[in-house]
Design a protein around this ligand. Structure first.
Ligand SMILES: C[S@@+](CC[C@H](N)C(=O)[O-])C[C@H]1O[C@@H](n2cnc3c(N)ncnc32)[C@H](O)[C@@H]1O
Length: 239
């Protein structure tokens, strides 16, 4: 069944992990985006579709222009806002983005056709778990994962195979509105699978000798992972 827009919304975005006043301050300071991206932000807000918040956008535009990746993979397209934002920031980059939701796919396709930056973007339709396996043999120097959070740890080995040594992987929304720092007994039923999945992800990457890790309190939290070896192995029980 196709999800309605409101089912897509992330209630944790209304529970900022840093002081609300600071979030608002950061959003006021941010440099203005091109009008077409502002229009997409306004559409997403009206339709209650979760896209990366303004402070994460500002970080991405800064970081990506420093990193200058040539090939980018995104998991979680929604209406195509973040893919178009990355394309606008990096006119030379090729972007592959994955989504499984027919309603979002339709909107993303329309947006990619409307704007010049869409020419840099290829949308792959389907379940990310399958598509990541199909992409085997390709490499991306930057990967952004913004999809169903309980699956992040399941995607991890395939994502790392798609990165070269030195490549960067960012997972979005890893703080569960602050619940992530609580004891498991305090987590409400509907959020427990995500909580467990995210903690497994942290356990897999945090002390790994071949990965460098950093957490950033932007939006609902970013986990940044840098691949520091040609190949990265995990014990199956850790995934
Ligand atoms: C938060 S939205 C992405 C927002 C987008 N990155 C942006 O900032 O503009 C998450 C999207 O991930 C997609 N998604 C979630 N789990 C997925 C999966 N396992 N495979 C493919 N797509 C998935 C959903 O359909 C939804 O459109």
């Amino acid at each position: 069944m196709v999800k309605t827009y409101s089912e897509h919304s992330n209630p944790n975005m209304r529970r900022p992990v840093v002081q609300q006043g600071i979030v608002e301050f950061m959003r006021q300071q941010d440099q203005a985006l091109p009008t077409f991206l502002q229009d997409l932000q306004a559409f997403a807000a009206t339709e209650n579709i979760p896209i990366i918040p303004k402070e994460t956008v500002a970080f991405f535009r800064f970081f990506l222009q420093v990193l200058a990746p040539q090939k980018i993979l995104e998991v979680g397209t929604a209406i195509g806002f973040s893919a178009l934002m990355m394309a606008e920031a990096l006119p030379e980059a090729e972007i592959v983005t994955i989504d499984r939701n027919p309603e979002m796919i339709q909107l993303a396709k329309e947006n990619f056709a409307r704007f010049e930056e869409g020419k840099q973007i290829r949308l792959l339709e389907g379940e990310a778990q399958d598509i990541l396996k199909d992409l085997k043999g390709h490499t991306f120097d930057f990967i952004f994962v913004d999809s169903a959070k309980s699956k992040y740890v399941v995607f991890l080995p395939d994502l790392l195979e798609l990165l070269p040594k030195g490549g960067i992987l960012i997972f979005d929304d890893v703080f569960q509105g602050g619940d992530i720092a609580k004891d498991s007994g305090e987590i409400r039923r509907g959020q427990r699978a995500i909580y467990r999945g995210l903690h497994k992800l942290f356990a897999a990457v945090d002390q790994h000798p071949d990965l460098m890790v950093s957490y950033l309190p932007l939006g609902d939290g970013l986990l940044m992972v840098k691949k520091e070896a040609d190949s990265v192995e995990f014990l199956q029980e850790n995934l």
